[in-house]
Design a protein around this ligand. Structure first.
Ligand SMILES: [Zn+2]
Length: 402
């Protein structure tokens, strides 16, 4: 688990918006010297704590006997933007400069991964969102073909379990933003046909039919066509992902969907007041829906906002991510939380979670807080797999009713 120098963290490209673009001019916070000094001490203590933190044999046994199923990794976009979409240029069977490569995925015990086929919201205006998404889907297929002993495309929950049993990483595809369908249900179905198994309703910008959390609300969350998109996703068996959308869009989606939803990479708003996170009342609605909130590791979504206001270089350590897991367990229940790291899509990461090799730190910390093996396995991936299976069952039922 290597440590990235602080200075590098803020130079790397990110597909996440760390600070909300709500249209409000941001007032520079008034910070006292004492506050800054106290925070500096806290950061030093966190660094020291991480250095001496040990992952026990017991934690490793629990970790590797579970099924770590991560909801969001942006390697495909990193490959496109930094390696010209060429696995010759960046061969992930060798150490890479990304958060992700094969050896570290194995060290981290990743069993199943939703690979994000994110394309920027700007492709919407350029008119090439759909075709660029298809190219990113191709890239995931190519990765599976290029490294057949390591990855295999999974299209169903059964596929996933079979592939994991064979010792490979079950690779699923998630579309990050409804702009990719360019207002067309037939394009939505085509993305499904090419392997996509979730779609985040928006990315950073509003769509004609859904409001993003980082834009000015325009359609009251979700309009009639947006509801149609959700119903269509239920029917074809594509998971509805409500990370990135406005709280009102979350509520409306939860009212419309027949299948449990996911938040592929979001944390808890009451611990970090960022619009990308899920408010407590919606966590409770999510429990009723049966869905799963897959916690994002981004420092900007996990560290309490007052600390970030003092110094945006603050990182905290992996325990802040476990705080979010813990909070969601307490608010929604242990059946409704998962992992959605956002590796290779974010800039700032807490100490101890620098790359995909680091997930066992979370298992150890859960164990330290009194979680049992069964509960830890649910959090690592059992809940996400259950939701996938339930969404498939809803799809079968809706198709049979037709
Ligand atoms: Zn995202």
């Amino acid at each position: 688990m290597k440590t990235i120098p602080l200075s590098l963290l803020f130079l790397t490209l990110s597909v996440e918006t760390l600070f909300a673009q709500t249209g409000e001019p941001e007032q520079p916070p008034v910070i006292t010297q004492e506050q800054r000094a106290a925070l500096e001490l806290e950061e030093q203590a966190a660094a020291k704590f991480c250095e001496s933190f040990q992952v026990s044999k017991e934690a490793l046994e629990i970790h590797h006997s579970g099924m770590l199923f991560d909801g969001h990794n942006d390697l495909p976009w990193a490959m496109r933007s930094k390696a010209n979409s060429s696995f010759d240029k960046v061969d992930i069977s060798q150490p890479t400069k990304f958060h992700t490569d094969i050896a570290r995925l194995k060290e981290g015990g990743v069993k199943a991964q939703f690979w994000s086929v994110y394309v920027p919201a700007s492709t919407m205006a350029a008119g090439n969102a759909y075709v660029t998404t298809l190219e990113q889907i191709e890239l995931v297929h190519e990765m599976c073909q290029r490294y057949p002993d390591e990855f295999e495309l999974a299209l169903t929950a059964d596929d996933l379990e079979r592939i994991v049993k064979q010792g490979k990483i079950a690779s699923m595809i998630g579309v990050e933003g409804g702009h990719s369908i360019e207002n067309s249900l037939s394009r939505l179905r085509e993305l499904y046909n090419r392997g996509a198994r979730y779609m985040t309703l928006t990315h950073s910008k509003n769509l004609d039919w859904a409001d993003a959390c980082t834009d000015e609300p325009r359609v009251g969350g979700l309009n009639a066509f947006g509801e149609e998109v959700v119903r269509e996703m239920n029917e074809i068996g594509m998971l509805v992902d409500i990370s990135h959308v406005s709280p009102e869009c979350m509520r409306k989606t939860l009212a419309v969907t027949e299948a449990p939803v996911i938040y592929s990479h979001s944390s808890a708003r009451s611990l970090c007041d960022h619009v990308r996170n899920v408010p407590d009342d919606i966590l409770k609605l999510t429990a009723e829906n049966g869905g799963v909130v897959m916690v994002n590791f981004n420092t900007g979504f996990c560290l309490p906002k007052d600390k970030l206001a003092i110094d945006r270089r603050c990182r905290g350590d992996f325990r802040i991510v476990v705080d979010h897991i813990d909070h969601i367990v307490k608010t929604a229940g242990i059946d409704h939380v998962g992992i959605g790291s956002d590796y290779d899509g974010i800039r700032g990461l807490p100490r101890g979670l620098e790359d995909v090799s680091c997930y066992p730190m979370i298992t150890q910390e859960l164990l330290n807080r009194g979680y049992q093996k069964e509960g830890i396995h649910k959090i690592l991936g059992g809940n996400a797999l259950r939701v996938l299976r339930q969404a498939e069952a809803v799809s079968h039922r809706l198709k049979a009713q037709k």
